[in-house]
Design a protein. Structure first.
Length: 394
């Protein structure tokens, strides 16, 4: 794939697909990360003499105009983050878009309305892609976190114009390659979260790629059940036990060691400050739930991390939203951060809850790379080709 360095942008309108699908409450952006992260690309395009025109989706309006899902709500946050004037267009194609582009000065940024207001966006309709292409001369995709969608603005448009990856897309692809594609060994993957059923493909792919797979959260309970270990009232998908056994077998054949909790924190209630105790993994009382991994498990993980060169992390080890059940996630994340800071570990994390958990642990800043992607990160961990990335290679 090409980067901004390969493109002649002087005097051109650069249609730049970004992901500014940010969380909002009562009309205010509550997490600026995705907005702040597009800045290097915007600055680079402007420095090269291109006019920045941003294409993006927001939420899931399903092909209809839904005023609450207008990108107009992020204009102020975007202008504040970029330190530039943002000219907003009420449509992402046609006269309104063309007029906004004509009106904007060379240092301004144009933001076009939510691409998903058009039904053709999610259908990857070539007509819509052509209408978008008519607005500019170059396409830059900086939306790795939307690259798992084959939509008009993420995939179709790359086929209509000379196309390149933006700086954030470049950084994501490089980090992910260093974490899994061409990782330095030994490599460790930490996979947590509630359900095995949503992560089967991911686990099946990972066991062929890493030397150690650490399984945490509710998923670990399902693997324990598969070993014949009683987990009381814990969250576990008993019907997935056979799948868990198959994954273990696959790991064994591939030479990947699976790590499950050896001790666990159990409680009878799932609420903040609930009375809890730490017991050996075989000792979960029938009326209790496993809500976190115990300190012995954490010590074992720290030793695995210390012997590794690469770490990829998705999902918390316990019910991290509710203390004290965040202890294992916090301690393991802090250990990974320390080793990264000391230069012995390359650590990459991504996917929804993970970033929130690492932030809460105060560990995110010391990780080598934190992906902005949720679903795209998971699909990439499954070994899938992302259509938005593939289109850049055509
Ligand atoms: C995300 O938030 O993960 C991306 O913006 C993709 O959003 P989507 O799941 O609605 O396609």
């Amino acid at each position: 794939w090409k980067t901004l360095d390969d493109m002649d942008l002087a005097g051109k309108v650069v249609l730049t697909r970004v992901d500014i699908n940010v969380p909002m409450e009562s009309g205010r952006v509550t997490d600026m990360t995705r907005i702040d992260k597009i800045r290097p690309t915007v600055e680079d395009i402007v420095a090269r003499g291109g006019k920045v025109v941003l294409l993006a989706h927001f939420d899931r309006p399903k092909g209809k105009v839904v005023p609450e899902m207008s990108l107009g709500h992020v204009v102020d946050a975007l202008a504040g983050s970029l330190g530039r004037k943002v000219v907003f267009a009420a449509d992402c194609v046609g006269d309104a878009a063309a007029a906004a582009i004509a009106k904007a000065g060379p240092a301004d940024v144009v933001l076009l309305e939510n691409t998903r207001f058009h039904p053709g966006e999610e259908k990857n309709d070539p007509d819509l892609a052509r209408q978008m292409a008519a607005l500019g001369q170059v396409y830059v995709n900086d939306a790795f976190s939307a690259a798992h969608r084959a939509h008009a603005s993420t995939e179709g448009l790359a086929r209509q114009l000379p196309a390149a990856a933006g700086r954030l897309m470049e950084a994501e692809l490089k980090a992910l390659d260093a974490a899994l594609g061409n990782a330095r060994r030994p490599a460790v993957a930490v996979v947590g979260g509630a359900k095995v059923s949503t992560k089967i493909e991911l686990l099946a792919n990972l066991v062929t790629k890493v030397d150690h797979l650490v399984i945490g959260g509710g998923m670990a309970n399902t693997f324990l059940v598969a070993e014949g270990i009683e987990v009381g009232r814990s969250l576990a998908e008993r019907e997935m036990a056979e799948t868990a056994r198959e994954i273990r077998l696959r790991a064994q054949r591939a030479g990947c060691r699976i790590h499950l909790p050896v001790d666990v924190v159990v409680a009878r209630e799932f609420k903040a400050g609930a009375e809890s105790q730490t017991v050996g993994v075989h000792k979960c009382p029938p009326d209790a739930m496993i809500l976190d991994a115990g300190p012995q498990t954490v010590a074992e993980l720290e030793a695995v991390f210390a012997g590794a060169k690469t770490l990829i992390w998705n999902g918390p080890l316990g019910a991290f939203e509710i203390p004290p059940f965040d202890a294992a996630t916090n301690a393991a994340a802090q250990a990974a951060a320390r080793l990264t800071k000391a230069g012995s570990l390359v650590s990459v994390a991504g996917g929804g809850d993970t970033v929130a958990a690492l932030n809460a642990a105060g560990a995110a800043a010391d990780f080598t790379f934190i992906s902005t992607a949720g679903g795209a990160f998971l699909e990439w961990m499954e070994g899938k080709e992302l259509p938005g990335v593939k289109a850049l290679m055509a």
